[in-house]
Design a protein around this ligand. Sequence first.
Ligand code: PLP
Length: 395
Amino acid sequence: MFEALERLPADPILGLSAACTADPNPDKIDLTVGVYKDESGQTPVFAAIQRAQEALSEREVTKAYLPQVGDANYIAGIRTLLLGETHPALAAKRVTSVQAPGGCGALRVGAEVIKAASPNAKVWISAPTWPNHIPLIGSVGLEFKEYRYYDAATHSVDFDGMLEDLATANAGDVLLLHGCCHNPCGADLSPEQWQAVTGLVADRGLMPFIDTAYQGMGKGLEEDAFGVRHMAEHLPEVLVAASNSKNMGLYRERTGAILFCGTGAEEAEIFASQATKAARKIYSMPPAHGAILAGMVLSDPALNASWRQELAAMCERLNGVRALLDEKLSAATGKDYSFIRRESGMFSFLGLSSEQVDRLREEFSVYMVGSSRVNVAGVNKANVDYLASSVAAVL
Ligand SMILES: Cc1ncc(COP(=O)(O)O)c(C=O)c1O
């Protein structure tokens, strides 16, 4: 049966990372896959997760399925993590959250429920957006439209272009937004811009779908949630796909949730029933391990404090690397890279052509995606000079 199928090319980003691993050059630098790395190039297990895991292995007596909505501690914890303890939508009991296999699972479940509610809704995506949004959301049959977002010439958000494009959206269309730390460009909306987009969404009757995969890695846990919290307070309906892959280091444990703020408790319950039904036909039951650990970290004050501290240190390191990259690249090339400091999270575009990206890989063993998107976390004090001189050499 399957011999008639064609071999598909490897995922471009994962393929590049594999090529870097195989490269014997001791000076090689991997800036490809979106995984946090510390100063020594490791992707650490958070101490709080490690402690939760030890406690869990002592007390775990079953591997029976979790409830369909997920681990109780986790789905309650993720609501307050995203919205804050005192958010009016929580007080009004108009919020529900359903566990999903990572942010990807949450995006797909959210898309399924959107498709069930409004099969002809168009999904507005930023130009550019995370490439995986297209198959994750498109596979349920929803169609896309693009809005202007990143202006490569100014290295910042083309906010006027964004508003102009969204002014042509129809009522009931879905607006996909990056909650913080935009992937791939790193340029985020300011609080004032979030407020303006919220006004536009209300005026045009759009449905915001916020993908938030990096809370705590841009400016801080609370600051990075501004958009989600503002929209959930001021709009009748908001959908959020949350991931704890990065901010709890739970990548392979597939830990995420779809959160819905509706007009009231009844609508929230309807959403949860639809989301669990959608999950049932894709993967049936949620994976337990990561969510139980995340639930323990979110509900235990000591683990929570330890996790917050470690996450804040990661965030500080990312912002420190951004400052260092600006300094070294600007000095090596004589060009202005200060935009890297103004951007947030793990990604930025270096503004190189695909030929320059190829030369960096072939001549210098510096690996990045063809668009010149770099994972800032792959830069450290030991490799930044080599990176800067390599970039200067191909310019
Ligand atoms: C923008 C964005 N959304 C969602 C995700 C979801 O990640 P995961 O499914 O691993 O939690 C990622 C991961 O790279 C991402 O970059």
